[in-house]
Write a protein that binds this ligand. Structure first.
Ligand code: HSE
Length: 416
């Protein structure tokens, strides 16, 4: 019998209980012993539940129970999740978590602590919900040099963009619909500003390259500035707009990492990842492109990944098996985003028809290639430019302004 504790009985925590109870026999077979939840930590009370007697409000009950060797942390947020996780690892308990904020901010520290104490710290559910991605990157693809990872890592924003693309909705209307359907929080800022996707790509980058990348050192753009016009220009270019978390290994040993809405070609493997689904493309030098697709959030998909980690932990309680590790951050490891050349889409506004606006823009960007969207109006023009860094773009803004043009938006063009 393996006794475990579950900290948090919200959406994921209750899902973990549901999966453990409904799959009891098959989990027992796979874990090679029965998994029993001895304590559930939550400040609320759930007297109606059949396991109501296992709830506690006191973390020390879990910490001081020597029979509990595995603790599931599904509370979310940085505190008290971090303090509790740290204390568990210091008290000889392995930890399984779905908490991307915790892993993105404290991964190196907690993995080091786990390693020092010969314990596991596992977090398959922290990226991509039910999609297996942590083990594939850290184990199955480990023989490859992963030259690039690019993912649609946030279901809320993918739903909103899908509505903007397919039904020509404005951003605000699509967000409202997402909220009505329960796909977006009442405060959706972490999703629509790219913060959630940033945590996830930082976790994947840290795993793939073995060095912790902290979210606050990563360029992050959300989708709040994307308009129906931008969607129309992406269509004219031959693609769609998706919020992408991307990391690339550079020849100088550094990485390029960003979260940004991007034009991606209709031919791309990620172009048809729609609605609340997630998709992650891993480009390996031996494998070529490998793509993972599925539900990136939600009660049961996320709980399934958590319970799989628990099974793994139970099976290896007595053996020295730590499958995940990365070192702490290195200075200058992340290439400054402003200096990285990228292909860009630029949309400008000003007085006059689109032809005259584009002519003026071409004086500033001689290699510009014009796009003409359906229903294009006077006073706007859209075009692509090749390999321009943000710094170079900003240097040319005064020349645009001298010609009476305003830069309305700038969107990265993906290379996958
Ligand atoms: N709001 C997030 C998403 C939840 O839509 O992906 C999972 O991180």
């Amino acid at each position: 019998m393996a006794d475990i504790a579950v900290m948090g009985h919200g959406v994921v925590g209750s899902g973990v209980m549901e999966v453990l109870l409904s799959h009891r026999e098959s989990i027992k077979k796979r874990a090679k012993e029965e998994v029993r939840v001895k304590h559930i930590l939550d400040l609320r009370e759930f007297p109606e539940l059949p396991y109501a007697d296992r709830f506690t409000k006191d973390f020390s009950v879990i910490l001081n129970d020597p029979e509990v060797k595995i603790v599931v942390e599904v509370m979310g947020g940085l505190e008290p999740a971090f303090s509790y996780t740290k204390a568990c690892l210091e008290h000889g308990k392995s930890v399984v978590t779905s908490n991307k904020e915790l892993v993105a901010q404290k991964g190196a520290e907690l993995l080091t602590l786990a390693q020092k104490n010969n314990l596991n710290f596992l977090f398959e559910a922290s990226v991509g919900g039910g999609i297996p991605i942590i083990r594939p990157i850290s184990q199955c693809l480990a023989a490859n040099e992963m030259t690039e990872i690019a993912g649609i890592l946030n279901g809320t924003t993918n739903f909103i963009l899908t509505k903007m693309i397919r039904e020509h909705m404005a951003f605000a209307d699509a967000l409202k619909l997402a909220q009505q359907l329960g796909y977006a929080e009442r405060d959706p800022s972490a999703d629509v500003e790219g913060v959630d996707a940033c945590r996830k790509i930082c976790i994947l980058a840290s795993l793939a390259y073995g060095t912790h990348v902290y979210p606050d050192g990563v360029h992050t753009e959300g989708i709040t500035a994307i308009t129906k016009e931008d969607v129309g220009y992406a269509d004219a270019w031959g693609g769609v707009i998706k919020l992408i978390g991307e990391v690339k290994k550079l020849e100088n040993g550094r990485i390029h990492i960003q979260v940004a809405p991007m034009f991606i070609s209709r031919e791309s493997q990620l172009a048809n990842v729609d609605d609340v689904f997630n998709g992650i493309l891993v480009r390996g030098d031996a494998t070529g492109d490998v793509v993972f697709y599925g539900k990136g959030a939600g009660k049961l998909p996320t709980a399934s990944a958590v319970v799989a980690d628990v099974i793994d932990c139970v099976r290896h309680l007595k053996s020295d098996r730590k499958i995940l590790f990365w070192e702490d951050a290195k200075p200058d490891y992340v290439q400054p985003w402003e200096d990285t050349p990228q292909d860009l889409f630029l949309r400008v506004g000003g007085e006059g028809d689109a032809d005259s606006l584009f002519d003026k823009a071409q004086q500033v960007f001689p290699s510009a290639v014009r796009l003409i969207r359906k229903d294009e109006l006077p006073g706007e023009a859209g075009f692509t430019v090749e390999q321009l860094s943000q710094r170079q773009l900003e240097e040319r803004l005064p020349a645009l302004e001298e010609r009476g043009l305003r830069l309305e938006n700038r969107i990265t063009i993906a290379d996958f």
